[in-house]
Ligand binder design. Structure first.
Ligand code: GTR
Length: 354
C-alpha cells in the first residue's frame, strides 16, 4: 500500500462505491448512489429541506451601469418565492460584465452584505470575465440561536422539515440558480457556488443537492465541510455541534465523540457533486479546519469521478505541502500560506477553474 492508501485505511471510512443494498456502484447506477449519499447527509447531518418552489419572481431595486471603471453593471434585486406560510423575499446583488456576452457566474453566499467585500473582490472577478451574485446569509436565516423563529425557518413547519441553517442557506443559493436560469447573460454550463468556512460547507451542500451547479468552490470549509471527521485534528463533530447546534439537524448531535459510528463521512459530500467539478481551498495555518483531513477527503472522493473515466483528484503520494495547487483533474485542491480567510490567492484559483 502506498502512503495515502495507508492513511485512508487508518481513517476507517464508510465505503463510497457501494449502494446501501450491497450492490457495487458503477457509472450506470451512479445517480442512484448519488441520491443515496445526499439522502444520508440530509438525514444525518444537514436536515431535510422543502421541495423547490415552482417559481421565483424578481424585482429590480437599483441598477448602476458603468460601475467598476465601466466594466460592470451592478443590480440590486429582490427574489421572492412561495412557501408554506406565504411569500418569502430576500435581496441579492449581482455584478456582471458590461460587454453583453454570456459569462460564467459565481453564486456567493457571504458573511456581510457589502459588495465588494474583503471576501468578494468584484473588480477582479469582472477582469476574469465572470459575474457574481451574492446572497447575505443572515437575510435567509440568522446565524445564531433563534429557535428557528425567523427568516426562512419560520416559513415552514419544523415538524415537517428538519433542516438546519446550512441547509437553508443552500436552499437560497438554489433559488438564485432558479433566477439565473431565466437570464440571457449567465452561461448555464458554468455556474459555480462559492463560499468560505461555514459558507464553504454551504457551497458543497448546494452543489450536492442541486445538479444545475457545474462547480462548487469550498474555501476553508473544514469540519462538516470537506474534511474527513474520523481522526480529524482541530474542530470535531462534538465541538461544532456544541457551538453551532442550529447549523445541523438534531440527529447529527448523537455523533459527538462517536464519529466511528457515522454511516457516512465528509468524502460523501464531496463525491455527491461528481462528475461535476469541485475546488477545495485550504490554508496551512488553518489547523482548526485541518488541511490533511481536507486533502484526504479529496483522495477518498476521487473514485466517484474515475467511474466516468475522468480524472478526479490527481495528487502525489504524500500529504499536502504549502503551495500545492493540484488541479489536473475535476476535483482540485490547493493549500496556501496563511490563516483562515477568503484570500485573493483563493479567488485566483477559483477564477482559473470555473
Ligand atoms: C468556526 C467554526 C468552523 C468554521 C468557522 C467559520 O468557528 O468552528 O467550522 O465554520 O467558524 O465559519 O468562519
Amino acid at each position: 500500500m502506498n502512503q495515502i492508501e495507508t492513511l485512508l485505511t487508518e481513517r476507517h471510512l464508510p465505503e463510497l462505491l457501494r449502494l446501501v443494498d450491497g450492490r457495487p456502484v458503477t457509472r450506470e447506477n451512479w445517480e442512484e448512489r448519488r441520491a443515496e449519499l445526499v439522502d444520508i447527509l440530509c438525514r444525518e447531518v444537514y436536515g431535510y429541506a422543502p421541495s423547490a418552489p415552482h417559481h421565483v419572481t424578481v424585482t429590480e431595486q437599483k441598477c448602476k451601469k458603468k460601475d467598476y471603471a465601466g466594466k460592470g453593471t451592478t443590480r440590486e434585486l429582490i427574489l421572492s418565492f412561495p412557501t408554506d406560510k406565504g411569500e418569502f423575499s430576500f435581496p441579492v446583488v449581482e455584478v456582471i460584465p458590461t460587454d453583453g456576452t454570456k459569462v460564467p457566474m459565481f453564486v456567493m453566499v457571504n458573511f456581510r452584505p457589502d459588495v465588494p467585500d474583503r471576501y468578494l473582490p468584484v473588480e477582479e472577478i469582472l477582469d476574469a470575465g465572470c459575474g457574481v451574485i451574492r446572497i447575505y446569509y443572515n437575510d435567509i436565516a440568522f446565524d445564531g440561536e433563534d429557535g428557528f423563529a425567523g427568516g426562512l425557518a419560520a416559513m415552514y413547519d419544523r415538524e415537517k422539515y428538519t433542516w438546519g441553517k446550512i441547509r437553508m442557506w443552500a436552499f437560497a443559493a438554489s433559488r438564485v440558480m432558479d433566477y439565473l436560469q431565466t437570464t440571457d447573460y449567465a452561461d448555464k454550463e458554468r455556474i459555480a457556488v462559492v463560499g468560505h468556512s461555514r459558507l464553504g460547507k454551504t457551497a458543497l451542500l448546494t452543489a450536492a443537492t442541486d445538479s444545475r451547479f457545474a462547480m462548487a468552490c469550498a474555501n476553508c470549509s473544514g469540519c462538516t465541510g470537506d474534511a474527513i471527521s474520523r481522526n480529524k485534528a482541530g474542530e470535531s463533530v462534538k465541538a461544532i455541534n456544541q457551538k453551532f447546534p442550529y447549523w445541523f439537524c438534531d440527529t447529527y448531535k448523537q455523533y459527538g465523540d462517536r464519529e466511528e459510528e457515522m454511516p457516512f463521512d465528509q468524502h460523501f459530500l464531496v463525491a455527491a457533486i461528481a462528475p461535476r467539478r469541485v475546488a477545495l481551498g485550504s490554508a496551512v495555518e488553518d489547523i482548526w479546519a485541518d488541511p490533511d483531513s481536507q486533502y484526504l477527503s479529496a483522495c477518498a472522493a476521487s473514485p466517484a469521478w474515475e467511474l466516468f473515466g475522468q480524472k478526479g483528484f490527481v495528487h502525489p503520494d504524500r500529504l499536502p505541502k504549502v503551495g500545492d495547487r493540484l488541479d489536473a483533474g475535476d476535483l482540485a485542491f490547493h493549500l496556501r500560506e496563511g490563516t483562515h480567510f477568503f484570500s485573493r490567492a483563493d479567488w485566483h484559483r477559483y477564477l482559473c477553474l470555473i
